[in-house]
Each structure stands twice: as C-alpha cells, then as structure tokens.
Design a protein around this ligand. Structure first.
Ligand SMILES: NC(=O)c1ccc[n+]([C@@H]2O[C@H](COP(=O)([O-])OP(=O)(O)OC[C@H]3O[C@@H](n4cnc5c(N)ncnc54)[C@H](O)[C@@H]3O)[C@@H](O)[C@H]2O)c1
Length: 357
C-alpha cells in the first residue's frame, strides 16, 4: 500500500474537485490526493502571496488548476460539467473573522452564495458521488461553556464570519434534506474543524503566521487574547478526517451524510499563551510582546469540539498531541524558509510521517 494511503485506495484514479485549492488547507489536500493517485482539479481565486503553499510547492504544474470565483454560478457549473468529478470538496471561502468585519457583504456573498453555488454545481453534475462542505467549529452558537460542541448542537455565530459558516451548515442541511437524501444522488456531508495550523499558511491575524512573519523580519510579535482556548490542529489532522469521511461516503453512502466534527482530543485544551510558549521552546529567539502570556486560563473565549461521533463511526482520531502539533507546524515553516529545500517534497515527507504515526 502507498505509505500515504489511509483510505483503502478509494481515491486512486478518481477525479476530485477542490474549491479553494490555492489556499492553505486546499493546497495541502491537493498534494495528499495527488500522491494518492487522484486526478486533482482546483477551482479558486489566484493565490494571494508568493510564499503561499500553493506557489512554493509549484502545484500549478502538478494538478489541473483553474481560476474562478465561487460566486460565479455559471462558471462553476460549467467547470464541474467539463471535469465530471467523482468527489467534490468545498474549501473556497472568506476564512477570517477580522476580514468579515471589514467587508461583511463580501464575506456573506462568498460563504453563503458560494455554498449554494457549490451544491447547485453538484446537483447539476450527475458524476459527483461525494460532496463535502468544509466549515468550522465557529459554526456553533458559542455558549462559552466548558463542554465540546456536538454535531446536533445549535448553529449560530455573532461575528459575520461565524454567522456565515453557521449559515453554510444550514444550507448544506437544506440541500441534503431537499435534494440529496433519496435515490441515486450525491452523498453529502460537512466537516467542522478547529484552529488549523501548519507550514504554508501566511494569513494575516492568525497567531502562528504572525509569529513566524515577525521572527523572519526580526520584529516583535504582539499576541492578542493569550487566554483564549482553541482546538489547535496540525493541518493533516482535519484533512485526514475530510478524506476519511469522503471514503466512507463513497463506500457506504448516505449512512455517513450530515455534519462531522474533527477536533483535537478532549484533554488537549491549550490557550494562545500555551502555543506561544511551545513555539518559544523550538525558536527561543522569537520576540513576543504580551503582558498576559502564561497567565491562568480565563473562561472567556472557550471553544471546543466533541469528536466522539467521528472517532466511533469513521475510525478517525487525532494522531498528534499538542507538542507534536506545534513541532510539525514549525518544522513546516522552517523547511519552506530554507531556500535549498524542495517544498513539495517536504510536504510529502510530512504526510508520510503523519500516516506512519
Ligand atoms: N485555517 C483554519 O484555521 C480553518 C479552521 C476552520 C475552518 N477553516 C475553513 O477551511 C476552509 C479553507 O480555509 P484556509 O485556511 O485554507 O483559507 P485560505 O484563505 O488559505 O484559502 C481560501 C481559499 O478559498 C479561495 N477563495 C476565497 N474567496 C473565493 C472566491 N470568492 N471565489 C473562489 N475562491 C475563493 C481562495 O482563493 C483560497 O484558495 C475555509 O472554508 C475556512 O473557513 C479554516
């Protein structure tokens, strides 16, 4: 068996469309699927930066790369019907809370109508057997409680990003119940993950990219909300979950429809301050400014996912503890910052090491 294959060869020689393939998670997913022998097709906007994972891994030469706006329903449907994919994973989105305050209209247009357009494209393309929408832990109504959210908890979201992802879940459920629950239609599900970290993510206002950016330009990184607890996950953990979910939907169909949480183990509760301290162990010279780092956990800002359903029914579980999560993430950045490295090969080696765990 291919050392990267945890999915019973289900993706080999299959056509897979990834929306958002130029982004952080989408580009890692494209690499993993390509190495599994899938024919990978991407639909998204141009990458934002020269140092994005999509660019440094030279993915445009390795997969079928198509630029298009998710808000363009006709273009998306035409692309689906040209490709005739077996699988479709939807990751194209406006993914940042701060940006959602700056431009709420764009945020809602992209994350709501983008989801509608995705499911319309699936509905009008009979080749698609599996369609998975990627949302977030922030789709749940945040009660600031200590328990992890379960798949059947209420959707919500106060800020525009979280609300748009709660809506994206409601749209998924509506399409599932209205168009994909009976007959020979696509099997539809959604994946909800936590704070995903890993090499190749250079988004602004995310804790680790901000720290690495500051370190690389010899500046001091300012840490916001050191006490906020988040479900930190190395990028391959949720991707393993999404691909496992795709495999189950492919093999066993509608039994696996619906929402799925992919978060860290219940006892892995770490704050922004814990992340900072762990990164400092690996890169001691990194400069941080936050008077509150290391303070005891404050209850505000709690956000946890209950992963019982995925562990019991999908056979998925997180493979890395907190220290390994941060180590794998920093390794990824240090590998790409070393100009002598072939970044694509480094990513494949990280996937291989992860699969062997
Ligand atoms: N990174 C995280 O911590 C995290 C956590 C939970 C959920 N998510 C979700 O995972 C998905 C991917 O996130 P990411 O971190 O890789 O984000 P990213 O910003 O790195 O990538 C976003 C992708 O979506 C594409 N996109 C954005 N607007 C588009 C538009 N109008 N038309 C077409 N494509 C468009 C971009 O081109 C890019 O390929 C998103 O749905 C995000 O909400 C991310």
């Amino acid at each position: 068996m291919n050392s990267l294959d945890l999915f019973s060869k289900c993706y080999k020689n299959k056509k897979v469309i990834i929306t958002g393939h130029t982004g952080f998670k989408g580009s890692w997913m494209a690499i993993w699927l390509k190495e599994l022998g899938a024919e990978v097709y991407g639909y998204s906007l141009e990458p934002s930066l020269e140092k994005d994972n999509f660019v440094t891994t030279e993915l445009s030469k390795k997969i079928n790369h198509n630029i298009g706006d998710i808000r363009d329903k006709e273009k998306l449907e035409t692309y689906f019907n040209e490709v005739k994919p077996d699988f479709a994973f939807h990751l194209a989105a406006q993914p940042l809370v701060i940006e959602s305050y700056n431009d709420p209209h764009y945020n809602f247009e992209t994350n709501l109508m983008g989801t509608v357009n995705f499911f319309e494209a699936v509905r009008n393309c009979p080749s698609v057997k599996v369609a998975v929408n990627i949302t977030t832990d922030k789709c749940y109504q945040n009660n600031e409680w200590m328990w992890g959210y379960r798949e059947n908890d209420a959707m919500g979201g106060d800020d525009p990003y979280s609300a748009s992802k709660g809506c994206s879940e409601l749209i998924t459920n509506s399409y599932l119940k209205s168009f994909f629950s009976k007959g020979n239609t696509a099997h539809v599900a959604s994946g909800r993950a936590g704070n995903v970290i890993g090499g190749g993510d250079w988004a602004e206002n995310r804790i680790i990219p901000d720290m690495i950016r500051a370190y690389h330009s010899n500046k001091t990184s300012i840490i916001r909300n050191p006490n906020s607890v988040r479900p930190w996950q190395f990028v391959l953990e949720p991707l393993f979950g999404y691909l496992k979910l795709g495999e189950k939907l492919w093999n066993d169909g509608k039994l696996f429809s619906g929402g799925w949480n992919f978060g860290p183990a219940a006892f892995e509760n770490y704050s922004v301050g814990d992340v900072v301290n762990e990164v400092k162990k690996i890169i001691p010279e990194i400069k941080i400014d936050s008077p509150n780092v290391g303070e005891k956990l404050h209850e505000a800002g709690l956000l946890k996912l209950d992963i019982t359903k995925a562990v019991n029914l999908l056979g998925w579980k997180p493979k890395l503890n907190f220290e390994e999560t941060i180590q794998s993430t920093i390794d990824g950045y240090l590998q790409e910052l070393n100009k002598n490295n072939n970044v694509y090969d480094c990513r494949v080696k990280q996937i291989e090491a992860y699969c062997k765990k």
